[in-house]
Design a protein around this ligand. Structure first.
Ligand SMILES: [Zn+2]
Length: 160
């Protein structure tokens, strides 16, 4: 379950560092390298693992900060799922734009997207802010996510 895994990471790794959650920091703690680089604008991000190397998350340096944060959390989701199913020496995921936002039917992508949403916008905190009458715009800034991401999360949780 992406939600359970994301919450466990928040509790055990991120701790009480507050919001916005920093997915790059968490990835580094787990032993992944995160690099921003000039890549094709059709690509939002990638997760690469080569034999005897640390896994690497690649982000598109031309993307906005909120997009990079979500992509990093998404790639971390791929890593978590891959690690849960036993470690393998080499693998790679490359995320093309458009595919990421569409709901899709690929279980890997569904897991990664749900994981990213749960990591950056934990249900408990979203509900707390909703009760405190935060607007979606205030929430997107609080969680460091895009307007689309928070609206999608709110509707998923039945709060909009
Ligand atoms: Zn993906």
């Amino acid at each position: 379950m992406p939600r359970t895994t994301a919450n466990a990471l928040l509790n055990n790794v991120w701790g009480d560092r507050g919001f916005p959650v920093d997915p790059v920091w968490i990835a580094n703690e787990l032993g992944l390298d995160v690099v921003e680089t000039q890549i094709s604008n059709e690509v939002s991000g990638a997760l690469l693992k080569e034999a005897e190397q640390d896994p690497v998350i690649i982000l598109n340096q031309n993307d906005s900060n909120v997009r990079k944060r979500f992509t990093c959390a998404h790639e971390l989701g791929h890593y978590i799922r891959r690690t849960e199913n036993g470690t393998s020496l080499e693998y790679q995921f490359i995320d093309y734009r458009g595919k990421l936002s569409s709901k899709g039917i690929d279980p890997e992508e569904i897991f990664a997207n749900q994981f990213a949403a749960c990591l950056l916008m934990p249900e408990k905190e979203v509900r707390r802010l909703a009760e405190a009458k935060y607007s979606p715009v205030m929430m997107s800034s609080y969680f460091g996510v895009s307007d689309d991401a928070i609206r999608f999360r709110l509707s998923k949780l039945g709060l909009r």
